[in-house]
Design a binder for this molecule. Structure first.
Ligand SMILES: [Fe+2]
Ligand SMILES: [Fe+2]
Length: 184
């Protein structure tokens, strides 16, 4: 389905930019967490980085007919310090998406009757709520100089839903079967 509205297209480009940077940032922070002696928080960063790749890919795909160059302004988070501060940056980024960015983008896509964009924004919004909580839980551990547990981390490749441990049979956000989830 073609995109018909410039504002929804702009929001998709910006969200693509934000997700792309989050993906890279979490890989960087994940490497650092491993080096600093937090291998499981490192895996959490890597798993969530993959979820952000899923979101970026979904937004990019909705934009597939918008061929051409573009300048993109997107929310970014900087800083590479210690694990507690890096996790705070991650929490801040996720909460910005949950509290402001995606609700506004989603309402715009609804108003403009852009179904594919609605789906892409909805998937991201639901996953980011979970990411904020996972990073907060990890930060509570890191504040006591403790790593999180060694349970496997699962990510839905369709919507980016993320969970620690084997708790669901299918994705509660998009309905995908668990056997296609990627594990970290
Ligand atoms: Fe996220
Ligand atoms: Fe899903």
């Amino acid at each position: 389905m073609a995109l018909n509205n410039a504002m929804t297209a702009d929001f998709l480009r910006s969200a693509y930019g934000g997700e792309s940077m989050a993906h890279m940032r979490y890989l960087i922070w994940g490497d650092q967490a491993e080096k600093d002696g937090y291998p499981n928080i490192g895996r959490l960063f890597k798993g969530v980085a993959y979820a952000e790749l899923v979101h970026a890919s979904n937004h990019f795909t909705v934009l597939k007919e918008q061929v051409g160059d573009s300048s993109v302004a997107a929310g970014a988070v900087f800083g590479k310090t210690d694990i507690v501060e890096n996790l705070q940056g991650a929490i801040n980024g996720e909460l910005h998406e949950v509290d402001q960015m995606y609700p506004v983008y989603l309402e715009t896509a609804k108003f403009q009757n852009e179904k594919d964009a609605q789906r892409s924004f909805h998937f991201a919004l639901e996953a980011e709520k979970i990411h904020a909580k996972l990073f907060k839980d990890a930060q509570d551990k890191a504040k006591t100089k403790t790593d999180i547990g060694s349970e496997e981390i699962y990510v839905c490749p369709i919507c980016g839903y993320t969970e620690i441990g084997d708790n669901v049979e299918k994705c509660p956000v998009c309905g995908a079967k668990k056997d296609i989830f990627k594990s970290f």
